[in-house]
Design a protein around this ligand. Structure first.
Ligand SMILES: [Zn+2]
Length: 273
């Protein structure tokens, strides 16, 4: 496989988008003298009642289905603006993991376990600072991930290693939301109607899977929350936090399509609210 290039595969499409909307720079992460700009776009509706949505992908760099889905969503939304939502979109928040095809960044740090305190990695500190300085209440946040079917998963919630044969093989999602206001079920129903296979295994890693959704009720106080993941940390800014998981065994095209179907379904659910 030819080595991926953040400059060529991420920055070029982003600079292209910048012809139509301002491309924003959160800050620059440096790795061994090479610079990696963490860029995002804001798509604003003129509708004063539009809801804010935060979209991120690629915190695990090799989970590229989400990265390309976020880029495609950005391009599509610029051509066809959605009047009901404002979007803040970060298509790739682990540039070196993207280039190296690794879960971790180049310092071998899992960025999605780095949100508990100040953040040991530049990429974490950059996202946290931006979230704080430009604080919004988001209707929901979505962090796009992928599941590597053939990799054993280690040390999730201190329960040791999960053998690869127990990995899910179909779509699933994580949801943190208040008990009376869960939206994941509508998303799963919509995906099933469109022919997406949903994981029905009883447990996914250490957690209970309910018809394709691993749900956690939003804790009453934010100090109860597990903030070591971006997904958990985002609870400071939203009542509804989501992770979508496509399978790396599918074709890349399918992975991108399913991520986009899930995002569209979520938007549909929040329109009804
Ligand atoms: Zn992931």
């Amino acid at each position: 496989m030819e080595k991926r290039s953040y400059e060529r595969q991420l920055m070029r499409p982003l600079l292209n988008v910048a012809k139509d909307v301002p491309l924003r720079l959160a800050d620059i992460a440096c790795h061994q003298g090479k610079i990696y700009p963490l860029c995002y776009v804001e798509l604003k509706s003129s509708n004063p009642r539009a809801q804010d949505v935060f979209i991120s992908a690629g915190i695990h760099g090799r989970e590229i289905g989400g990265i390309y889905a976020a880029l495609r969503f950005m391009e599509k939304s610029i051509k066809n603006p959605d009047p009901d939502f404002n979007f803040r979109i970060f298509p790739c928040i682990n540039p070196t993991g993207f280039e190296d095809n690794t879960r971790e960044n180049r310092n071998k740090a899992d960025l999605n376990r780095d949100y508990a305190r100040i953040g040991s990695q530049a990429e974490t500190r950059i996202i946290k600072l931006l979230l704080t300085q430009q604080a919004k209440r988001y209707a929901f946040t979505i962090d796009m991930h992928e599941d590597s079917v053939d990799d054993p998963v280690s040390d999730i919630m201190g329960e040791g290693e999960f053998p690869a044969e127990k990995n899910p093989t179909d779509f699933y999602m994580y949801e943190i939301s208040p008990p009376g206001s869960r939206q994941g079920r509508g998303v799963i129903q919509s995906l099933e109607r469109q022919g997406v296979a949903i994981s029905r295994q009883k447990r996914i890693y250490a957690e209970k899977n309910n018809e394709g959704i691993v749900w956690t009720p939003k804790p009453k106080s934010s100090s109860d929350a597990n903030h070591s993941t971006l997904f958990g940390y985002l609870q400071k800014y939203t009542e509804h936090s989501y992770i979508t998981e496509t399978m790396t065994t599918w074709s890349l095209e399918r992975r991108v399509d399913v991520q986009l179907l899930a995002l569209d379904a979520l938007l549909g659910e929040f329109m009804k609210k």
